[in-house]
Design a protein around this ligand. Structure first.
Ligand code: SF4
Length: 215
C-alpha cells in the first residue's frame, strides 16, 4: 500500500552494494510459485501502512525515485497532462525539463526527484505526501493507478533470467507500519493482496495462498 511513489533507499538497506549478492538473501529462505521466489519475510512480517505516523515518508526519503517498468514510462507520458494539475510546481518543472523518468545509479528507470529529495509526482496535504498519479486515477482521469513498484512497496522485485525474486524492503521510516501490522496481525502478502494480484494475477495469488496453507 502506499500514498504514492516509492524511493529506493540503497544507502540504508544495501551499504555494501559492491559485493552484496541479493540471491544469498532469497535462497536461504523462500517459497516458489511459478517463476517467482518469495522471501519468507513476506509471509511473516506483519505490516499495515500508518500514514498518520509516517506522513508518506517513502515518497520523500531515499536515494533515488521509485523503480519504473519501461511500459510505465509510455503510460505516464500519455497521461501526464491529466496528472499535472495535481503536481506541485517544482515537480512540473522537473518533468517538463527532463521527462517523466530518470535513471538510478544502476541505470534503471526511476521516477525523477525534486531537489534530490521527494518524487516529482508528490503533492502534500496537511504535511502528508500523496501521489499525483494516484489522485488523477482516483478522479477517473487516467487508467493507471501508480507505478507497480509503489503499489507493491515494501515488497521489492528483482528480475533474473529464469525468475523474479520478491523480497521485503526493510526501512526504519515504516517502523510504525510494523507496529500496526503486528497489532492487527496482518502479514505482508495479505496487506498487499491487490498489488500482488495486479502484478501476477489472481491465479498466481491463489497458488501462493495454497502453498502457504500447505506449509
Ligand atoms: S508505512 Fe512506509 S510504505 Fe507505508 S506509507 Fe508510510 S513510509 Fe510509505
Amino acid at each position: 500500500m502506499s500514498t504514492g511513489t516509492r524511493h529506493t533507499a540503497y544507502g540504508y538497506r544495501y551499504p555494501e552494494l559492491g559485493t552484496w549478492n541479493p540471491l544469498n538473501e532469497y535462497l536461504c529462505s523462500m517459497i516458489a510459485v511459478d517463476k517467482t521466489l518469495i522471501s519468507d519475510d513476506i509471509l511473516n512480517v506483519r505490516f499495515i501502512c500508518d500514514l498518520e505516523k509516517c506522513h508518506g515518508a517513502c515518497c520523500v526519503e531515499g536515494d533515488a525515485g521509485a523503480p519504473l517498468d519501461e511500459e510505465e514510462i509510455s503510460i505516464l507520458e500519455d497521461n501526464i497532462d491529466a496528472v499535472k494539475p495535481y503536481m506541485v510546481q517544482d515537480g512540473i518543472e522537473v518533468i517538463e525539463k527532463n521527462g517523466v523518468f530518470d535513471y538510478d545509479m544502476f541505470g534503471h528507470f526511476v521516477t525523477p526527484l525534486v531537489h534530490d529529495r521527494e518524487c516529482a509526482f508528490v503533492y502534500f496535504e496537511d504535511g502528508t505526501a500523496f501521489c499525483a498519479i494516484e489522485k488523477a486515477y482516483r478522479e477517473g482521469l487516467i487508467p493507471f493507478t501508480k507505478p507497480i513498484s509503489c503499489h507493491l512497496y515494501p515488497i521489492r522485485i528483482s528480475g533474473y533470467k529464469e525468475f523474479e525474486a520478491l523480497n521485503y524492503h526493510e526501512w526504519p521510516i515504516c517502523d510504525q507500519a510494523l507496529k500496526k501490522g503486528k497489532v492487527n496481525n496482518v502479514p505482508l502478502y495479505i496487506f498487499l493482496k491487490d498489488a500482488l494480484i495486479r502484478k501476477y494475477g489472481k491465479e498466481w495469488y491463489e497458488k501462493l495462498l495454497l502453498t502457504i496453507e500447505k506449509g
